[in-house]
Design a binder for this molecule. Structure first.
Ligand code: SF4
Length: 227
């Protein structure tokens, strides 16, 4: 499989935010979100066998822990990814799969926690989510919306209600997008949508979702990779 990087940091998002986590970032993505902060994973990387990936994960997490498979879009490498996730589960890791949900998710092993990033209109990839994937969501999974304006918020709010997401998954996350070129200040001035404004909308509408901030961008320079 083609791998951009494997590293250990703190999980910055989802209900697992704040926990130590090994990240396996696979190379390649078929989408081009306007605010993408992982475009360095579109090309390049290095070819690794499943055994080599497992070995590197073991070096970073010798005992069972949290492992996130991310990208790019990891499901583009489904053929190798599915057995890799099975092996990680067999080793008793908690496995998170970060995906746009643009590819079918029905073959993802049941033990994997899917973090499905449903793209909002202002991402430029608003129609990417494959609606059949709603049926693959389980009470272990999480659905995330990255928001950059009021139209994105209304899309996420309406999608959450229309598809009863709060009753399907463990958490629905509304997360303000960060500026693509954010660097320096580690604060919410780098967000495309002010978290305070988003919080007020969520409270006013009583949305069954939780506000998610990308923790790592408040700990380290938002431009830093590998954290
Ligand atoms: S799906 Fe993820 S990696 Fe791909 S362009 Fe969008 S944000 Fe970037």
């Amino acid at each position: 499989m083609q791998v951009t990087e494997i590293y250990k940091s703190l999980q910055g998002e989802s209900t697992h935010a704040g926990l130590p986590c090994v990240f396996v970032r696979l190379t390649g993505c078929n989408l081009r979100c306007n605010w993408c902060d992982s475009d360095y994973a579109f090309y390049g990387g290095r070819k690794m066998t499943i055994e080599e990936v497992l070995h590197q994960v073991e070096q970073l997490s010798p005992t069972p822990g949290l492992v996130e498979i991310t990208g790019g879009e990891p499901m583009l490498q489904e053929r190798e990814l599915l057995p890799l996730m099975q092996r990680l589960l067999q080793q008793a890791h908690t496995v998170l799969l970060e995906t746009s949900g643009e590819r079918p998710l029905n073959k993802v092993p049941a033990g994997v926690i899917k973090i499905v990033d449903v793209k909002c209109p202002n991402s430029g990839e608003g129609d990417a989510f494959l609606m059949e994937n709603l049926e693959t969501l389980t009470p272990r999974d999480e659905v995330k919306f990255v928001l950059s304006d009021r139209a994105d918020y209304e899309f996420a709010r309406d999608f959450t209600h229309r598809h009863g997401l709060a009753g399907r998954v463990n958490a629905v996350l509304f997360s303000p997008a960060f500026r693509k070129d954010a660097t320096g200040a580690r604060d919410s001035s780098q967000c495309l949508l002010d978290p305070q404004e988003l919080a007020e909308w969520m409270i006013a509408d009583n949305v069954p979702a939780r506000l998610g901030l990308q923790l790592h961008k408040f700990i380290w320079d938002p431009a830093l990779k590998g954290v």
